[in-house]
Design a protein around this ligand. Sequence first.
Ligand SMILES: *[C@@H]1O[C@H](CO)[C@@H](O)[C@H](O)[C@H]1NC(C)=O
Ligand SMILES: *[C@@H]1O[C@H](CO)[C@@H](O)[C@H](O)[C@H]1NC(C)=O
Length: 189
Amino acid sequence: MDSGLLPKSLVFFTLFLFITTTINAASANDPSQPILRPLGKEKVTRLRFYWHDVVSGKNPTSITIVPGPSVNSTTGFGSVQMIDNPLTEGPELTSKQVGRCQGIYASASQQDLGLLMSMNLVFTEGRYNGSTLSIIGRNSALHKVREMPVVGGSGDFRMARGFALLRTHWLDMNTGDATVQYDVVVVHQ
Ligand SMILES: *[C@@H]1O[C@H](CO)[C@@H](O)[C@H](O)[C@H]1NC(C)=O
Ligand SMILES: *[C@@H]1O[C@H](CO)[C@@H](O)[C@H](O)[C@H]1NC(C)=O
């Protein structure tokens, strides 16, 4: 064994430590140069909230921007809805608002009810105030439980990935108003 090996590698190791510590110190308070946690050391966050699709009344938060072109379609194929739906802590629309869900959902299936949903969840309360999560996925809205991918996030949810499980909590068949429970699990920085 080369007797010079140990001291030499110690010097490199110390130098390496010094450089990484300096970089970390420089970027600790700079949000544009975040310290990234290594894979496997990221945070896991679970969220539950309620999504309200208010299509009726004087102040709808969900409006049809393109009606389905075919009057005979049972799936509404081709229709497009723009939403700015409230997210609340509890299932009642009057319970504490924790964010908004802004985006589009469109009927993308000719055979059954299958929605293409493309939405940003914008949180407005507590530690997640200002942070967002992006969802894009297929929602088989008539199924008991639907799963959609969470494909990204910002703020506290930087580099997020995960999934959302949707369960219809309440549906008014006459107006189309609906409340859906969202259970979200995300891994993020
Ligand atoms: C809708 O269905 C009816 C009855 O089957 C048919 O007569 C009509 O042509 C269809 N309309 C369209 C736009 O496809
Ligand atoms: C959320 O952040 C906005 C913008 O920074 C601020 O105006 C608002 O008061 C915050 N809301 C809460 C509940 O902290």
